[in-house]
Ligand binder design. Sequence first.
Ligand SMILES: Cc1cc2nc3c(=O)[nH]c(=O)nc-3n(C[C@H](O)[C@H](O)[C@H](O)COP(=O)(O)O)c2cc1C
Length: 355
Amino acid sequence: MKTCNGNSGIMDMFEKGKVLKICAPMVRYSKLAFRSLVRKYDCDICFTPMIVAADFIRSVKARDSEFTTNERDRPLIVQFAAHDAQTLTDAACVVAPFSDGVDLNCGCPQRWAMSAGYGACLINKPELVKDMVRHVRNQVENPDYTTSIKIRIHKDLRRTVDLCQKAESAGVSWITVHGRTAEERHQAVHYDAIKTIKDSISVPVIANGDIKYLRDVESTHQLTGVDGVMAARGLLTNPAMFAGYEDTPLECIWDWVDIAIEQGTPFTCFHHHLIYMLERFVGSLTRDDVAMDGCGPLSLCGDWSPCPPLYTIHLCQEVAEYFPAEDLGLHEKVLVQSFYHDDHNTYRSLPRCCP
Ligand SMILES: Cc1cc2nc3c(=O)[nH]c(=O)nc-3n(C[C@H](O)[C@H](O)[C@H](O)COP(=O)(O)O)c2cc1C
């Protein structure tokens, strides 16, 4: 089976019996540039961030800003927030030529989403989920196009099993289970619940929650028998995690710089990812505290100078010490990378240098 751009179909990938490694949907983060990065490091499938289907259908502006892809960005699953079958189906039909499947968010616990009828409140509406899945399956023309759901679990697991079986009867292609209830945040993942779900349905199941290292992929598979795993925060802090790196390798940081420059990634997105990748060294203090003028904690590891528009990554001494100097091809253990930021919101790279 081949999709229109020559990639194997997603269901074919499941049939090969390998435990698939998937980049989670992440609002503001799992955009094209980051997807390009994790694909370089053994990620099998990527999700877009959640997109509100109704906005996507209504507004060209929303479509342009929320969904960007290219021919190398496959296999790709587009995740939508929706609460009615026709809106989800209309959105799926728009993205179907550029993606391999559509996913319904049934796990977002945020108050705004729940009160709008999106996200985790859908796990309490199995008939509606069934209706939405069936609609998309019936109306998207490509038979290889997948329709999946991403859920959280109930306290009473029988309700989750019932939801999954109903979705399966409606033709759901696969199900991702974040092994926490909608109320849980940092509690331990309920792998036993994921296993129960896997044992109760025939379609592929993906386990999500706390995958931080490659070894977690295998241990989760052993514990639950799932067909794949999905990671969010583990990939933010180490986009090379699926390739077996314990910490973000320097090569991956430079790959990010190169991809961001090539794709014209906006400053905040570029910078937030960089800070995530360096979090172990610089602490989480700086991520939410971006100082566009180069003041504040940001100057520990980066400077933003609007005039001339120059961004400098100045890896602080602790970071530089972590990377052997010979790996850097440098004599000093301090790195500087500078970019001009031109009128078109695009970076122009300056040569890497050592001060
Ligand atoms: C920054 C961020 C954005 C997220 N956005 C989404 C989203 O758009 N859709 C979704 O289903 N889950 C979203 N999530 C939840 C993750 O997909 C995942 O279910 C959760 O973080 C647990 O996985 P982890 O332990 O690997 O982080 C987001 C998580 C993070 C950290």
